[in-house]
Every structure is written in C-alpha cells, then in structure tokens.
Design a binder for this molecule. Structure first.
Ligand code: NAP
Length: 422
C-alpha cells in the first residue's frame, strides 16, 4: 500500500474534468438567514498577516454584519479565543499589539488542532509560520481543517510546497476547497492565472523572481551598499522572514518554485527537490562587476514539468527582471498563447491580506457584497488548486459541538490517513 495507506492519486493533467455538481447546488445548501448565513472563520496565526486581515475585516464592517464572514476564533502559538457572536476584532488587535497575547473573546488553552475540533468552523484561514521541512505546523492545520469539514484559505507555503499531494487528496476526499493564491507572488495573481486562465494554453515553463527580499538586497548592493547593510535595510523595512537566512539561502524561493510547479504539473514535487542557490557576502563583487557591464544579478526560479531550480543569474539592467525593490516578476511561456509577463509587489502583510480576502470571496458559496471578485473560470478548466465541491451539504452550525475548554494537550501532526478517520 502506498504511503499513509492511501491509494496513489490518479495522474493529473492541467486540463482536468471535475466530477462535482454545479456551484449553484452548494449555494442552495447554505442557510438563508443573513446572520446565520455568515461563514464562521477560525483564524490560525495572528502575526503580521493575521492582524492585517483582521484590520481589513474590521474596516469592512465585520462587527456590523456587512461582510459574509464572522471570525469566531483566533489561535496563536500560546492559545485561542472563541466567541460565537464574532470575536471583537478591534479588542483582539489592541490586546495583541499591546501585550503579545490574545484578547477580545473567551480565552482557551487550545492549540490549533484542538481549536478546529472544538469550534468546527466553516473556513479555516491558515496564516501561521512556514518553518519546517515537513511543512508543519501548517500542513497538520490544513489537513485537520479539511477533516473537520472546513474550507481552507492559506498564506502558509509549507503545506503546498512540501505536502501538496497529501493536501490535494484530502481536499478531494472531503470535498472541501483549499485556496492558497497568496503563497506565491504577494498580490500578483500568478497562481490564479496559471490555474484558472492558462490550462488551455499549455504552460511549458515559468521563469520567476520569486523572492522580493533577495531582489531588494541585490538592487541595494548594486546601488553601492554593503551586504550586511542591505540585509539590515531589508529587515528594517519588514521584508525579511523572522529568520533572514530563510530568504538569503533561497529556501523561500524554492518553496514558491515547488508551489508553482505543483499547480501546473503532476506528479507534485517537494521543495526539498528544488535545486537552490542563495546569497552570500561574496556576491558583492559579482554584482558590482555586472553593473559596470550594464547587467544585474537576480535570484531566478525555473519551473518545468518534473523539476524546478533557483539560481543566481545575470540579466540586462534595462529588462523587467532587474526591477528594483521587493518586486516579483513572472514570465510564463505557453505552447499555444505565447509568453505572458506579470510583475508586482511580491510580499507584505497588507498585500497578503488583500489576497486572502480575494480567496475568501472566491470560495464557492460565498457571496460578497463588500467586494467584487472576478468570477472564476468554468469548473472544467480549473486545476487542482481548487478541488471538487462536496456532494453532501456540511452540517448545520447549530449541530456543531460547543464543548468546554479542553486541556492544552500538544496535538500530534495529522496525516492524510487520519483525514478519513475523523
Ligand atoms: N508577511 C508576508 O508578507 C507574507 C506573504 C506571503 C505569505 N506569508 C506567509 O504567511 C504566514 C504568516 O506570515 P506573518 O508575516 O503573519 O508571520 P508572523 O508575523 O511570524 O506570524 C505568525 C503567527 O503564527 C502564530 N503561530 C506560530 N506557531 C503557531 C502554532 N503552532 N499554532 C498557531 N499559531 C502559531 C504566531 O503566534 P504568536 O503571535 O504567538 O507568535 C503568529 O501569530 C507565514 O507562513 C508566511 O510565510 C507571509
């Protein structure tokens, strides 16, 4: 039996016929009363992105019922808060920013897995840390959310760069949706473009500057700064991950290259298989020499069927690749529709929160009076990032268990095999 006792998924092509019913059938299953119809969100992670999202939801009228969503719980690394009437987001933001702790709802000593089990949300927004070789803790959060019947919107790259097939199989088995458009490209809609617009064009290769931090550092060095000075500047502007070596050694770019690959080509690869170069202080003379010749150095990813790599490469200084600042650039070469170029701000909590709102709005069954998302491509053209709709309507909100606070037992990671058992 294959890994985790789960049969291997069938080979996937970019053009995949979906087996689900029409979107309208699921819409009809959502409760009609406006208050009850609001989707109950559990937010996992209340750092830069989680707080930026909470601020946007608050500004959009979360507390007065303008949005179709209600944040009923928030989890951070130390515990959770839960309020079925809707967490007081202003209080939660104020408390977290003043004390580093959660407030604005009833505090529980739960980890994220326990919070998912207890709260039984409609949607889990996973914005916790991307920090391990196994994609944890995010992968377990995503698998547990699917097992509990929730849709998932995530900015955490780990589950999709390291456990893609496990998440895809779990999503297909449970019939829930997983959206992760913000894991690559910040506000640049690269994954949506690849998955929703380009399957018919047959993508052959993607080349991309995937990490805005290294692009910023290289452009600062080209302007005359030293290596350490450029790194500190990137940190001060909030561009780097908490551990800057994550960006500098190319790990972040490798994760993103794997995600781009997995949205396009099957079988999925892991970020561990992505060839990777990074930035070291010795890069400084090479950057300066390149500049004298009208060239620039960039850390660029190459994604082709079955492989991906990230390498330091020379490009013309007047080309789009050499855009200064924390810019991401994507060049998508297709067999039937020529080459596309997409470029924009590749990271930032505000940009990521904006992308998460778009992903929330794009969930089937959402209705979004406060936003105007583009409609998705027809179902038969959609790829694996948006798995099939369920045949069974989800359990009504009032049937969900609302138990007392459980002790803070550290929960083990969740595997795909368990998803069927939950
Ligand atoms: N920032 C960006 O521009 C950007 C862009 C795209 C994607 N992302 C991804 O989005 C995610 C969030 O980014 P961020 O900048 O908001 O990170 P961050 O500021 O470091 O926040 C991470 C949050 O996750 C919480 N957390 C850590 N371990 C947890 C656990 N086991 N269970 C529950 N919560 C846990 C932390 O709790 P505490 O508050 O208690 O420490 C914190 O609230 C990351 O995966 C990142 O790679 C970020």
């Amino acid at each position: 039996m294959p890994k985790d006792g789960i049969p291997a998924p069938p080979p996937r092509s970019p053009l995949r016929v979906r087996t689900s019913g029409p979107v309208a059938s699921r819409r009809a299953a959502t409760p009609a009363a406006p208050e009850d119809a609001r989707h109950r969100i559990l937010l996992i992670g209340f750092g830069h992105v989680g707080r930026a999202l909470a601020r946007r939801l608050h500004d959009l009228g979360h507390s007065v019922g303008v949005t179709p969503w209600r944040v009923v719980g928030i989890v951070d690394s130390r515990g959770a808060i839960w309020d079925e009437r809707g967490v007081d987001l202003a209080a939660a933001l104020e408390t977290k920013e003043a004390t580093g702790r959660l407030g604005g709802g009833s505090w529980r000593c739960w980890g994220a897995l326990e919070a998912i089990r207890q709260v039984r949300p409609d949607v889990v927004v996973e914005v916790s840390v991307t920090n391990s070789e196994r994609g944890e803790p995010g992968a377990s959060h995503v698998l547990a959310a699917l097992a509990a019947g929730a849709d998932v919107v995530a900015s955490n790259k780990g589950p999709f760069a390291l456990r893609y097939d496990e998440v895809r199989v779990a999503a297909e088995r449970t019939g829930r949706e997983v959206r992760f458009g913000t894991t690559v490209g910040g506000i640049v809609p690269i994954l949506e473009t690849l998955v929703e617009r380009l399957p018919g064009a047959e993508v052959e290769e993607v080349r991309a500057v995937l990490n805005g931090t290294t692009q910023f550092i290289l452009s600062e060095i080209a302007e005359g700064r030293g290596f350490d000075e450029a790194v500190v500047e990137a940190q001060e502007r909030g561009f780097t991950e908490p551990d800057p070596s994550w960006d500098l050694e190319g790990h972040d770019a490798a994760l993103k290259a794997a995600i781009v690959h997995n949205c396009l080509f099957s079988p999925a690869i892991s970020a561990a298989e992505v060839g990777r170069e990074g930035l070291r202080p010795e890069v400084v003379p090479a950057v300066r020499r390149a500049r004298q010749r009208g060239r620039a150095l960039v850390l660029r990813g190459h994604v082709r069927p079955g492989s991906a790599r990230v390498a330091l490469e020379e490009v013309a200084r007047d080309s789009p690749w050499a855009a200064s600042g924390a810019t991401n650039t994507f060049e998508v070469r297709t067999r039937r529709a020529g080459t596309l170029l997409l470029q924009g701000r590749g990271a930032g909590a505000e940009e990521t929160a904006a992308g998460i709102l778009a992903d929330l709005a794009g969930l089937r069954g959402s209705h979004t009076p406060a936003l105007s998302p583009a409609r998705a491509a027809p179902e038969w053209l959609q790829g694996a990032a948006w798995p099939p709709v369920p045949s069974e309507p989800r359990a009504a909100t009032e049937e969900r268990p609302k138990g007392p606070a459980a002790p803070d037992v550290p929960a083990p990671p969740v595997s795909a095999a368990e998803v069927r058992a939950w």
